[in-house]
Design a protein around this ligand. Structure first.
Ligand SMILES: Nc1ncnc2c1ncn2[C@@H]1O[C@H](COP(=O)(O)OP(=O)(O)OP(=O)(O)O)[C@@H](O)[C@H]1O
Ligand SMILES: [Mg+2]
Length: 359
């Protein structure tokens, strides 16, 4: 065996041993031993190489050694930060370099941070490894955060514009135009808010914070919010929710559900009608219902009104300023809390109900 002289690499040594095994020139005890040591001679069971593992990591990945030296990196990491030798040279981020130092000292790290010199926003995961090494994984959040910012700015600007009293110095005709534009803008803002809510619900980004919610107090709060709108139409608001009734629910989500249902009831019920909020305990579940004396919903629409953008009477609903998202949001919120929603309706009015686990 030519294992002396220049020190062979591991791969060469394995190859030599394989050749000798095939030729049968090794002493019996050695060849038996090697055949038992499967991974060395089988050739098919060697663990994947470092580079292969790094390429398989989702996101930019690099193996770090002391001083934040990137001794290996995958292609995604090279695309993100280039090929500089150390983390500090590549990113010019003292913050990231400090995180790396802590991970190299044995402490796992996870943080979201900006890399201004690369115009990136990233989430960094650092896992300490043996021999004072660490694995750095960077997830690029730049696009996601930019979209969040655009949405926030849009909403902030839209609300600012709406609050600005531009009508002060205008003549009557201009004033009525501006008011009309403001009404449309208000509608657009509501539409964007609703769409944002719905997309958060549909992507699963929203997680309910469940807890025992006193329903009588919540009902009063929701009805208080609706009082001015009901008064405008001389609609009588009423509530009958037992004091001790509690749901296991997310308080804000349940309030949003009630406000949406009450908003519809008031919107679609004609002048001088009545809207009532009822609560009932049904063993392990509780039920809240919003009952109105409105026009009712025809049977063929009843199963579809919980779909987004669906309106039973598009003409009338548009007149009322609706886009057909309210009930879709109600349904997602209720289902997200382990509940269900439904409607019963005839010409004398509608009853929308929400069932939730008791709290
Ligand atoms: N209490 C009700 N009485 C009669 N029809 C109703 C009632 N509640 C809902 N509807 C019908 O169901 C449709 C869908 O309601 P939904 O709340 O989803 O939309 P919207 O109120 O029109 O718009 P948005 O809630 O987005 O402002 C309404 O357009 C209306 O046709
Ligand atoms: Mg609605």
């Amino acid at each position: 065996m030519a294992l002396f002289g220049r020190k062979p690499t591991l791969a060469e040594a394995i190859e030599l041993l394989r050749a000798e095994l095939r030729a049968g020139t090794l002493p019996r005890e050695v060849s038996d031993e090697l055949r038992r040591g499967e991974p060395l001679v089988s050739g098919g069971r060697e663990p994947p190489g470092l580079q292969e593992m790094l390429e398989a990591v989702p996101g930019g990945a690099a193996l770090l050694e002391v001083g934040g030296r990137m001794v290996a990196r995958n292609q995604a990491m090279a695309r993100l930060v280039g090929n500089a030798r150390t983390v500090l040279e590549a990113t010019r981020s003292q913050e990231l370099d400090d995180l790396c130092a802590r991970a190299l000292a044995g402490w796992p790290q996870r943080s979201e941070l900006p890399l201004p010199s690369l115009e990136l926003q990233v989430e960094a995961h650092l896992s300490p490894l043996t021999h004072a090494r660490a694995l750095l994984v960077l997830r690029d959040l730049t696009a996601e955060r930019r979209a969040d910012r655009v949405r926030r700015d849009f909403i902030a600007n839209a609300s600012h514009e709406l609050r600005t009293p531009v009508t002060a110095k205008l003549d009557e005709q201009a004033r009525s135009f501006v008011q009309m534009i403001a009404r449309h803008a208000e509608r657009l803002k509501r539409l964007t808010d609703d769409l944002l809510d719905l997309s958060r619900l549909e992507t699963g980004a929203w997680k309910p914070a469940l807890g025992a919610v006193q329903l009588a107090a919540l009902a009063t709060a929701a009805l208080d919010l609706m009082k001015p709108r009901a008064a405008e139409k001389e609609i009588t608001l009423g509530a009958d929710v037992p004091e001790n009734l509690r749901a296991n629910a997310d308080r804000r989500a349940l309030e949003q559900i009630l406000v949406n249902l009450l908003d519809n009831a008031i919107k679609f019920t004609p002048q001088n009608g009545r809207v009532t909020l009822l609560g009932d305990g049904l063993g392990p579940t509780v039920m809240l219902s919003v009952v109105d004396t409105g026009p009712g919903i025809e049977p063929q629409h009843q199963s579809r009104i919980f779909e987004r953008f669906y309106r039973a009477d598009a003409g009338r609903s548009r007149e009322q300023g609706g886009t057909g998202l309210g009930l879709a949001i109600v349904k997602h919120l209720a289902q997200g809390m382990g509940g269900e929603v439904g409607v019963e309706s005839n010409k004398g009015g509608s009853r929308f109900w929400v069932k939730l686990p008791a709290g």
